[in-house]
Write a protein that binds this ligand. Sequence first.
Ligand code: AMP
Length: 278
Amino acid sequence: MKVVETIAAMKAERGKLAGSVGFVPTMGYLHEGHLALVRHARTETLTVIASIFVNPTQFGPQEDFATYPRDPERDLALLEKENVGVVFMPSAQEMYPQGFSSSVAVEGITERLEGKPRPGHFMGVTTVVAKLFNIVQPDRAYFGQKDAQQLAVIRKMVSDLNMNLEIVAVPTVREPDGLAMSSRNTHLSPEERKAAPVLWKALCLARGHWENGEKDAARLRQEMTTLIEREPFAQIEYVSVADPETLEELEKVDSQALVSLAVRIGGTRLIDNTMLGG
Ligand code: AMP
């Protein structure tokens, strides 16, 4: 496994590769969710390239950039075990040298859900992902369904800008109690950790009602809200039942819906989602 820190070295490694390349971009502090993306990539492409970069431009000024968990040595050991070919680990200075002044912006769907409380977040994501795609030149790139809006935004960017790669979605990997794996789960105290599966419980409740014939989106949102409000550690940011492509809120769930939520458990902001009718 090659580990490279500069863009020039990454491009040189890419130039040596023959055959298909799968790319897994991450912010590190890897868990089974990230490794599921790597394993999926390995089944479909000859060489897997992973990146580890805690991208400062996608964090707001009040967000957890400084305290975002980091453990590059452990990450590299895990990626080596998964037979990753190349790991790209640039510094912020390497990605955003002095004078950097370009950005990639997807409009519309970036203004809803995560975009509302986190202005500028998706512009940070699309700009860094576009840069990474240009540097790594993958045939396929793998993203988790866990970040459903991010996935939709990246698909839109790739389609709108005619980028020459395929985006592959990988199902969310969960802890045994349903909590979606996330690097941020390490911020939870033991009591908060016990409360955190309330997100998944709310999503399962909505699915249950929907499967029993409830099509009214407002009622599904209300059921989830009532359940989460019973959990003292939880504070709701949003509960959404939306069109999976446009992310506009639905009145009725006739065919498909993305049910998603953002909830603060103590000081930690968690997100999760499930697709109805997908
Ligand atoms: P992050 O390091 O949090 O930026 O995540 C890197 C990639 O891993 C993104 O495509 C995420 O959607 C994906 N990912 C994060 N958590 C999970 C999970 N629990 N299951 C599947 N994919 C995940």
